[in-house]
Design a protein around this ligand. Sequence first.
Ligand SMILES: NC(=O)c1ccc[n+]([C@@H]2O[C@H](COP(=O)([O-])OP(=O)(O)OC[C@H]3O[C@@H](n4cnc5c(N)ncnc54)[C@H](OP(=O)(O)O)[C@@H]3O)[C@@H](O)[C@H]2O)c1
Length: 407
Amino acid sequence: MKTIALLGSTGSIGVRTLALVAQFPERFQAVALAAGSNLELLACQVAAFHPELVSVATPELARTLAADPRMRGTEIVWGADGALAVASHGKADVVVSAIVGAAGLRPTLAAVLAGKQVALANKEALVVGGELITAAARQRGVSLMPVDSEHSALFQCLRCLDGRPRGELRRVIITASGGPFFKLPADKLRDVTVAQALRHPTWKMGSKITVDSATLMNKGLEVIEARWLFDLSPAQVDILVHPQSIVHALVELVDGSIIAHLAVADMGIPIAYALSFPERLGLAQPGPLSLAECGQLSFERPDFERFPCPRLAYEALKAGGTMPACLNAANEESVQGFLAGAARFVDIPVLVEKVMERHVNRPARALEDLLEVDGWARRATREAIERAPAVISTAGARAALAGDRHA
Ligand SMILES: NC(=O)c1ccc[n+]([C@@H]2O[C@H](COP(=O)([O-])OP(=O)(O)OC[C@H]3O[C@@H](n4cnc5c(N)ncnc54)[C@H](OP(=O)(O)O)[C@@H]3O)[C@@H](O)[C@H]2O)c1
């Protein structure tokens, strides 16, 4: 029996994780759940899984939840400290890290520091604090099991190198569906609506990652995630657009061989593998992959002109230090601005680039450095959106966005 603390239980990954717990009650037990503000779903989860501890975003939410009769016997905590308590729950063997955004950084680090095995979906934690988290994991002998489908695929492909010198690896390739706008001409991207951006062609996910998939920032974040999870150089991580989302990652070896991982696009597969490794569970869903029905698998290079976000992520990764934290925070706030109707789809990369240009990069020595830069980049992005509402990607507005450098 593996006991699980689940960060982000009410999200897309969280719900999928609990479906696996329900399917395999003899293998998994949920002992602690952390959510944000979706009280109704959390209360249903408590009624179904009886965790000892739950966390919500605020004390007000905690008070409301406490009045729910379904909460009898479950301790309720709140806020950032509440999520930390879930992440380091004494009875948890494994922590599934599936809070969205940099809000997952501290709980993920807390899980590692508490010596928990971590099943990592929250890629932003590694984008912001990859060096810190992986160093702590090495020190504590903690494994970081990838949940992201591309990284789970890479993890499996890279096992062909087990015991072999690392020099036999040439590069890795992660695939991108391309999102809903991959074939849209540049001038049409200006008019993209929130509803269109949230209609992903192959994956059903939370709204932030769905917009990231449409801008291709998701792939940029995944390049940084791969760098840290597998100790690769930025030049060793490539991206290919693969609209069918069947091949999730490929590993190229020095003799020219390429090892690929194929599966139906269903997050249940990588979540189950992260929880059951090295065993494989017999999953009822999504059923076997029929390559005959797929017919064709196609691949093409991403277009960094129309979709500049991955280029910005590579630049942040190469710069190192606090720059990836700056990229991530500017992206989170820009996406938020787009979802709220305050910025356009095409403004997202412009805002991120402008904020990165203003950031004076420095070594990321401690968590505090990263949190300080995260806070500054969020404020800078919000101010930029307020200063140049909904016209940010025009030349005049770009000039208006230039501000003081962040030292
Ligand atoms: N969805 C996928 O298929 C997928 C695939 C690969 C990787 N990922 C990664 O997994 C993470 C989660 O993605 P998702 O699609 O599941 O997101 P989501 O559906 O938006 O869910 C986000 C979860 O985080 C919780 N949350 C948000 N802010 C919080 C805070 N400050 N404190 C505590 N909880 C907070 C939300 O709670 P409430 O809803 O209760 O407010 C919700 O449970 C992201 O990093 C994403 O990149 C997702």
